[in-house]
Design a protein around this ligand. Structure first.
Ligand SMILES: [Zn+2]
Length: 129
């Protein structure tokens, strides 16, 4: 019995709909998911999201898996599960944007806590104990 190869609809065959993370965030993510963020909500967003490494990491994962799921509908449920995991963490009051204050004409913007927690280098052999 000969099997017909499954059509390859991976990203190797199709260019991404959004070629950059920035284009996906501004063209898809923010219009689709940030309509509930604003005054009177506990969710936090930063218009300068690209200076927050945690946001870049989470959004890059969501963008790349969204592009993959766009070409393979069997992955869409998994993508929504990923979104439901990352979105509340990203927008949480204690999340990546917890210290953000946008720049105004009177004051500079703030995007990081005044003090970051430190980690001392681990001693040699610490994993062997
Ligand atoms: Zn910020």
């Amino acid at each position: 019995m000969t099997r017909t190869p499954k059509a390859d609809t991976s990203l190797d065959q199709q260019p991404p709909l959004y070629p950059t993370l920035d284009s996906w965030v501004t063209g898809y993510f923010t219009p689709m998911f940030l309509h509930r963020v604003g005054d009177g909500t506990r969710q936090r967003w930063c218009t300068e999201w690209w200076i927050h490494p945690e946001a870049i990491g989470r959004l890059t994962l969501l963008w790349t898996t969204w592009e993959t799921a766009r070409c393979d509908p069997s992955l869409k449920a998994a993508w929504w599960n990923d979104l439901d995991h990352h979105l509340p963490l990203l927008l949480a009051p204690d999340g990546a944007f917890r210290a953000c204050r946008p720049q105004t004409t009177e004051q500079a913007g703030i995007h990081a806590p005044a003090e970051l927690p430190l980690a001392e280098p681990a001693p040699l052999g610490y994993q062997e104990t």
